[in-house]
Design a protein around this ligand. Structure first.
Ligand code: ATP
Length: 503
């Protein structure tokens, strides 16, 4: 599994999907750049989401709100200190949550240590090795496993607790250091602010302290009435948005799974109070179906229903995905009550109510939100698609079996040889197809090697122009996954490709 993950990271770099940010300066921790193919895959995932949410739902509209927002926004949302109790609670739970991540990390490290002992023993004892017996009897492994179990049990217990004390005590006891700074001083964590600060205004005296948004949702809440009125929206309706969010994560790790600058795809659905559970269930099902439609395998998804809820929520679930490092949150579905709209009403002194013409009264709508990380989706799709296959003749090939609708390049056009006018015909085919699809041209190396390269890039089709093409205007079209080749007329190409790649 660890190897698989390493392969994912190196494949992403080698084939132009993801580079570390500012790599020539040794990179910036937990910040990444999407390369020539990565940017296309990311765009296609975003579009696949947008179509299903906005285009397919008459009562959902889009929004692109700004990254910089009035600083009071973050007081209302509970992201910075405020003067009323529930918001202080919120801040505390954020802190506790950060500590939880560290502990989980530590438990995982213990697990890995135990695993290493097991692997070493395997090599040492060879055939005679009895893994179960070893786990039970080897002193070190027993200790690691016991410690790990204890940590996880205590963490589970503390999650049910309303205060931080237990988790803090655990951390002190274990002397867990921040993996990045090496610091064991947990007052650092107390003062830790997850938001990135910046300034608006040039002169030091008049500048205003701002934050880069840690979530896109608040841009939707503050615009709720603007959209409702200008769009004459009737409840229930939704507002969808994709965009960057920034979090100064303490434990930034696992490649693009947890980044400091990342992109969210969120939709806030405004409903009549009392109807939120119906919509919560609707969105849980609808969102899971969206994920399943990509064909990465039903067994790779599961729901995690939250038992302990944030104070603003009355129901919450994650859709978890089987990443190379195990099942982890991919998307959150939350029933957020009227918490956010009420908080903004309180802080802005502006009414945030909806006038229901059927009931002839005003109310503050309830909100059900779906929130998925675009980068996490990318990682889910990319890691799941990367396969090492052994072929019938015993050779192996690396193939990136991306869902065709998401593949960066839909077809590569390859002249069999670099002469006899074949490149010209290939170029003509590209001229035709490029109006509808991203297509690539490649004439370098033997055709077999070009196929392999396109397999590794995730291109669903290779179109080969050969001498027969000159006679009868047919080409071969090769399918990435089955490697089957069909002879078809050039005029049929568009329809064949389209039938597999259209959203
Ligand atoms: P996690 O528990 O993994 O930190 P979260 O519960 O804080 O996530 P939300 O605030 O609910 O996440 O954000 C919604 C979605 O945004 C998450 O499901 C995840 O896909 C994505 N996301 C959150 N934080 C990050 C991050 N640092 N890097 C990449 N994606 C993220």
């Amino acid at each position: 599994q660890e190897d698989l993950f390493k392969n994912v990271v190196s494949h992403a770099k080698e084939y132009g999907y993801i580079f570390p940010s500012s790599e020539i300066y040794d990179g910036l921790s937990a910040v990444y750049d999407y390369a020539q193919n990565g940017v296309e895959l990311k765009k296609n995932i975003r579009e696949y989401w947008w179509k299903s949410m906005v285009q397919m739902h008459e009562n959902i509209v889009g929004l692109d709100s700004s990254i910089l927002m009035h600083p009071t926004t973050w007081k209302a949302s509970g992201h910075v200190d405020a003067f009323n109790d529930p918001l202080i609670d919120n801040k505390d739970s954020k802190r506790r949550y950060r500590a939880d991540v560290l502990i989980e990390d530590y438990a995982e490290k213990l697990n890995q240590k135990a695993q290493k002992e097991i692997e070493k023993a395997k090599v040492r004892f060879g055939e005679a090795f009895d893994e179960q017996e070893f786990i039970k009897t080897n002193a070190r492994v027993v200790e690691y496993k016991a410690k790990q179990r204890e940590i996880l049990e205590r963490m589970a217990k503390s999650l049910g607790d309303e205060n931080l004390a237990d988790v803090k005590a655990l951390i002190e006891e274990l002397e867990i250091a921040d993996p990045e700074t090496g610091s064991r001083n947990w007052t650092d964590v107390k003062q830790f602010n997850l938001m990135f600060g910046t300034k608006l205004g040039a002169s030091a005296e008049s500048a205003m302290d701002l934050y880069l948004r840690p979530e896109t949702a608040q841009g939707i809440f503050v615009n709720f009435l603007n959209v409702q009125k200008s769009g004459r929206m009737k409840i229930p309706f939704g507002i969808a948005q994709t965009g960057k969010a920034f979090r100064n994560e303490i434990v930034a790790r696992q490649f693009i799974f947890r980044m400091r600058e990342f992109e969210q795809m969120e939709m806030q659905f405004f409903v009549k109070p009392g109807e939120e559970m119906k919509w919560y269930e609707y969105w849980k099902t609808t969102r899971l179906n969206w994920h399943l439609s990509l064909g990465l395998g039903k067994e790779n998804y599961r729901f995690h229903d939250h038992e302990k809820l944030a104070h603003y929520a009355n129901a919450a679930a994650d859709i978890e995905f089987n990443f190379p490092f195990g099942f982890k949150e991919l998307e959150g579905i939350h029933s957020r009550t009227d918490f956010d709209l009420k908080a903004h009403e309180q802080f802005s002194n502006k009414k945030m109510q909806y006038f229901d013409t059927e009931e002839n009264k005003n109310y503050t709508p309830y909100v059900v939100e779906t929130s998925v990380g675009l980068d996490r989706m990318f990682l889910a799709v990319f890691s799941n698609s990367l396969k090492e296959e052994t072929l019938e003749d015993g050779s192996t090939r690396t193939v990136l079996q991306l869902p065709s609708v998401l593949a960066p390049t839909k077809a590569a056009v390859l002249p069999l040889v670099k002469k006899d006018g074949l490149p010209d015909v290939a170029r003509e085919i590209i001229e035709e197809l490029k109006w509808d699809f991203n297509v690539a041209y490649d004439e370098k190396d033997a055709v077999g090697r070009r196929y392999r390269r396109q397999d590794a890039l995730g291109t669903p089709f290779c179109i080969t122009v050969d001498h027969q093409t000159l006679e009868d205007k047919t080409v071969t079209i090769r399918h990435r996954d089955s490697m089957k080749q069909d002879r078809v007329a050039i005029s049929e190409l568009r329809a064949i490709i389209n039938s597999e790649v259209s959203m």
